[in-house]
Design a protein. Structure first.
Length: 554
């Protein structure tokens, strides 16, 4: 049935961050001790499996909040904070992150969501590491390596979400409190936010351990991290730290065994960005028995927001209820016609066609279900231009008519394309000619006629070189909708531009800045600062009071 979208400002409930140290209790108690948990048949492996299976599947806040669907929801929360991903209307479920509302402040549910999710995942990692011990036995070493890798990834996300300045700008900027398997319960009341320097050192330490324990591990599928993912995480970390020698080294190591997506993979109408392929290094997947799929008509899921072509059941926020995510018009218009990635987004010129029949006919270039795409564009809106068809529904033809199959998609967490671009950026920051050569080699796999030097817009901030701006442009196109946009804006100290002629950004939200906007610094939930007296907070973001003057060139 169709959902009624209601904006809400729910006061966050108190939730103290808890350590995974398991206190021993009387065996007659209903509480399981650490030794009991460790010795139960198969329990350790179950804890390890939970590190990745918990990324999706269950609700933390309830099926009535459709953004409550695990790790991928944070891609959308972060991406709409910038300029490249545009919510289609003011009733969109991600509008608060787009509009910098006060509901992002410490007292509200929106602030609670990342804190609850991420520290819950970290607690799972700490539980495994506590059971494994400081020197894991052979049968526990792989699990410990997976836990170290996952914990590093979670803290890496948190550091980039909560720090007001990136590592390269201010090593003393505060990130979040660190909680490990050895953190005592008494320490939680006086656990300050780690500085960038301490946090990134801790992350690298975890990744060193992960590299050690996963050295010979052969994973069963791409939904579990292995050594290549550890190398990829190290490449990300060294990129943020601007340690270009190591960023280049680990990005290169991470590429082994993978190949770049070609046009057929990238634009496939059946498997496009819903099925792991030769370029995916790490991902997650929704399963038929997930609460995110079974409850709320499957609408509280990634597929509901990202897959337009599930219409037979008249469910799905993107396909049926008007909550689409569009590409920024200016960004779209900078993509050359010969770049196959442009085919993932509907041309804005189609809206200028005179009739529905003409538009539907033109949409056949993008979809086997053109009328559905047209109808999606015209629900809570009157345009199809900018609609994304990058993320396709799963399940073949049946999945298009049955959301319980169509939303059973995989979602990438890391692709080898990112490693190619990190390698190019890192090489170029040491020797620009080498970086340009690597960038050009990559870009020509997307657009055979690519010429270096045409995509170096600075977006207000001139601190980065033309070369880094070219890298940034490639990342914006390549990873649109994959959760990296805000991280790059903060890392490169960029502003955003939403106000320009013919913009498709929503009125009263057309803001231009010359540096990362303050709403990209996530607030810490008030329950943490109430009970952790050493923990400071970021200011509640206050949105601009009016649209910015249109920028005509940049």
């Amino acid at each position: 049935m169709k959902k009624i979208l209601i904006s809400f400002l729910t006061v966050a409930f108190g939730l103290s961050v808890v350590t995974s140290c398991i206190e021993e209790v009387n065996p007659q108690s209903s509480t399981v001790t650490k030794d009991q948990a460790a010795n139960a048949p198969g329990s350790y492996n179950n804890f390890v499996s939970g590190l990745t299976s918990s990324l999706v599947g269950k609700f933390k806040f309830g099926s009535d909040k459709p953004f409550d669907f695990g790790y991928p929801t944070f891609y959308q929360m972060r991406d709409v904070m910038g300029q490249d991903v545009v919510p289609s209307w003011d009733g969109h479920w991600y509008q608060t992150w787009y509009t910098s509302g006060t509901a992002l402040g410490p007292q509200y549910l929106y602030c609670q969501v990342p804190w609850t999710y991420y520290y819950g995942w970290i607690k799972n990692c700490n539980t495994v590491l506590s059971l494994a011990g400081t020197e894991p036995d052979a049968d526990k070493a792989t699990g410990a390596g997976i836990a170290y890798a996952m914990r590093a990834m979670f803290y890496m996300d948190l550091a980039r979400m909560f720090a007001q300045n990136t590592y390269a700008l201010d090593k003393n900027a505060e990130t979040v409190p660190i909680v490990t398997e050895s953190t005592a319960l008494s320490d939680l009341a006086n656990n300050p936010r780690a500085t960038n320097e301490k946090m990134w050192g801790f992350i690298l330490s975890d990744l060193d351990n992960a590299e050690k324990y996963l050295a010979d591990y052969e994973r069963p599928d791409k939904y579990t991290p292995d050594l290549s993912v550890v190398y990829g995480l190290k490449a990300r970390a060294y990129q943020v730290m601007e340690d270009w020698v190591n960023a280049e080294k680990y990005a290169k190591l991470a590429q082994k065994g993978y190949t770049l997506m070609n046009e057929e993979d990238y634009t496939s109408r059946e498997t496009g960005f819903n099925t792991p392929n030769s370029s995916w290094m790490f991902g997650l997947t929704y399963k038929a028995n997930d609460d995110n799929i079974l409850l709320n008509d499957g609408d509280s899921s990634w597929g509901s927001f990202m897959c337009l072509e599930v219409n037979g059941s008249e469910c799905g926020y993107a396909s049926s209820y008007g909550s689409k995510l569009l590409i920024d018009r200016h960004l779209y218009e900078t993509i050359p016609a010969g770049d196959f990635r442009k085919k993932c987004f509907v041309d804005f010129k189609i809206d200028e066609l005179g009739s529905k029949a003409e538009q539907v006919e033109a949409l056949k270039a993008y979809s086997d279900y053109p009328e559905w795409v047209y109808n999606s564009g015209h629900k809570e809106g009157t345009v199809v231009g900018g609609l994304s068809l990058k993320f396709r529904a799963a399940g073949g033809s049946e999945g298009h008519y049955n959301q319980y199959k169509g939303f059973l998609v995989a979602v990438p967490i890391m692709r080898v394309e990112e490693m190619y671009l990190i390698e190019a950026e890192a090489a170029g920051m040491q020797n620009e000619a080498n970086g340009i050569a690597l960038l050009t080699q990559f870009a020509k796999t997307r657009d055979a006629s690519y010429e270096y030097g045409k995509h170096n817009e600075a977006y207000g901030n001139q601190s980065t070189s033309a070369f880094q701006n070219e890298i940034w442009w490639q990342r914006r196109i390549e990873f649109w909708g994959e959760g990296l946009a805000t991280f790059d804006i903060k890392r490169l100290n960029k502003g955003i531009i939403r106000s320009y002629p013919n913009t498709n950004h929503l009125e009263t939200r057309r803001w231009n800045t010359t540096e990362p906007p303050v709403w990209m610094d996530f607030c810490i939930v008030q329950s943490e600062t109430n009970y952790n007296l050493a923990c400071t907070n970021n200011p509640t973001p206050i949105p601009p009071t009016s649209d910015s003057e249109e920028i005509t060139s940049w």
